[in-house]
Design a protein around this ligand. Structure first.
Ligand code: SAM
Length: 474
């Protein structure tokens, strides 16, 4: 069962017709609007939340905004688990519930089961001050949006969730993939694939993506020579050279980010570029470049010579590569090409010293950053992505010069998109040991490496490095 609802034929309501019920706090109203847009209008949660927060003026109140985001993201992520509790207590199929009521119940149950004890970075309480507030807010929301007819039902479900919710979940058996999928609030196909490939370590990696990560990583831009001192409030990463980590609020980093001295970029993502071991003067091809974190990282390591050809399928995404290159002072070394990287340009065959294929993938290693992603990916979609990844890889081999270096990476923890794409080693390549910094930072087996979400890494990436055999022209 997926929590995607109940779109039920009705056209999406527009928020212009919806007014915040006076007794409902802006944070809960923002969360409800975001959850509604995610599930009823198929919107991306992060974009929906940003738009709603701006519309409601939450940006002026960081604490209220943080609470609203935690509520919205947590409800979307936890929808399958929350729906299980609501379904058991409601004794009726969820599809029979009015979507606005279901969304209010989801938020209320999330508050009751998950947020009561939660505190923010300054030790302040993030959750509602009391279970009473969680229940009464959901009830007021339903009263305001749907009317009196659904109030008694909402009230009864939430009062019972408060008493019985944890026990309902405790009855599930974590050894069963279906039950574990409910407990982790993940699609069952994902749980099955990850458990089959990686056992408990993979399950831990899924669970870790439901938790907020302790630190935010930035890359210190090597293109800004002489300005690489660690900003106040940040610590150098213990594992990734050139990275810093900020615990808590990152607001103080904004001026350095705006000036291009710092680039928000995960530790795993930075390791991918380090795996390429770029040398000054190299000609580098980045086949799937947007939004450009790795393109500009590569460019910053070229010592002012050479080039990065950054290919991106979508024009609007290519714009973000150009913008980041400008901001980071690497624009002169970056040539952005909009197009399909599988469409080989004969003039480029054998031209590049290094090729980075940071492939489009399921993103099952970065689920924390996209709360709705787990509900939008499908089991059948994995095979389509694998086909594209293999096609891109074959092109990468042709474009690389003999003796050149290829790095294949994904932000997926699915073996099908990772080891299975590069093992057996594709024709024309031989495995190449990853640089020491990458080997030491990761779970590494010579030429392939993984980062696992949880611990110091927020994300799960796969990295593999190869050399093109001498004598292989195309
Ligand atoms: C994983 S993201 C790349 C992230 C990027 N390397 C970075 O570090 O910022 C994959 C990108 O590949 C692009 N893409 C998908 N199919 C492509 C294709 N056939 N040719 C070129 N780019 C493609 C997507 O639009 C997306 O921007």
């Amino acid at each position: 069962m997926s929590p995607l609802p109940s779109k039920g034929g009705a056209p999406p309501r527009t928020e212009r017709r919806l007014k915040r019920p006076t007794k409902v706090t802006p944070a809960r109203w923002a969360a409800w609007l975001t959850v509604r847009r995610t599930f009823d209008d198929d919107a991306w949660t992060d974009r929906a939340f940003a738009a709603v927060a701006e519309q409601l003026g939450l940006d002026a109140d960081p604490r209220e905004r943080a609470f609203a985001q935690r509520l919205a993201y947590g409800t979307v992520q936890g929808a399958k688990r929350l729906d299980h509790v609501i379904g058991v207590l409601g004794k009726r199929p969820l599809a029979k519930l009015d979507p606005p009521v279901l969304h209010a119940l989801r938020i209320g149950v999330h508050e009751l089961l998950d947020l009561q004890q939660e505190t923010g970075e300054g030790g302040e309480r993030l959750g509602s001050a009391s279970a009473h507030a969680a229940v009464s807010q959901a009830v007021e929301l339903v009263r305001g949006v749907v009317g009196e007819r659904a109030v008694a039902f909402t009230n009864a479900i939430l009062r019972r969730a408060q008493v019985d919710g944890a026990d309902i979940l405790a009855k599930l058996d974590p050894a069963d993939d279906g039950d574990l999928a409910v407990l982790l609030s993940m699609p069952e196909w994902l749980v099955t694939r990850v458990r089959t490939a990686h056992g408990q370590r993979g399950i831990d990696a899924l669970a870790a993506q439901n938790e907020p990560h302790a630190g935010t990583a930035f890359r210190v831009n090597a293109a800004h020579a002489g300005e690489d001192e660690v900003p106040e409030g940040a610590e150098p990463s213990a594992t990734v050279p050139g990275a810093i980590v900020v615990a808590g609020s990152t607001a103080a980093m904004s001026p350095a980010v705006d000036a291009g001295r710092l680039v928000p970029q995960s530790l795993s993502s930075q390791l991918v570029t380090l795996a390429l071991d770029v040398q000054p003067g190299d000609r580098v091809l980045d086949m799937c470049a947007a939004p450009g974190g790795k393109t500009t990282h590569v460019a910053s390591l070229l010592g002012g010579r050479g080039e990065v050809v950054a290919v991106e399928l979508h024009e609007h995404r290519a714009d973000s590569v150009r913008a980041l290159a400008s901001r980071t002072g690497t624009r002169e070394l970056v040539r952005v090409r909009v197009g399909d990287a599988t469409a080989l340009d004969a003039a480029d065959v054998g031209r590049f010293d290094r090729v980075l294929l940071d492939a489009p993938c399921t993103g099952t290693g970065v689920l924390a950053a996209r709360p709705d992603a787990r509900w939008k990916r499908t089991d059948a979609g994995v095979a389509e992505l694998v086909e594209l990844q293999r096609e891109l890889l074959a092109t990468a081999v042709r474009l690389l010069r003999p003796g050149g270096t290829l790095v294949y990476s994904t932000c997926s923890i699915l073996r099908e998109e990772d080891e299975d794409v590069v093992d057996p080693t594709p024709a024309g390549l031989e495995p190449a040991q990853l640089p020491q910094a990458v080997r030491e930072a990761t779970d590494c087996d010579g030429h392939v490496a993984r980062t696992w979400p949880g611990g110091e890494f927020a994300e799960g990436f796969f990295i593999a490095r190869f050399t093109k055999l001498a004598g292989e022209v195309a």
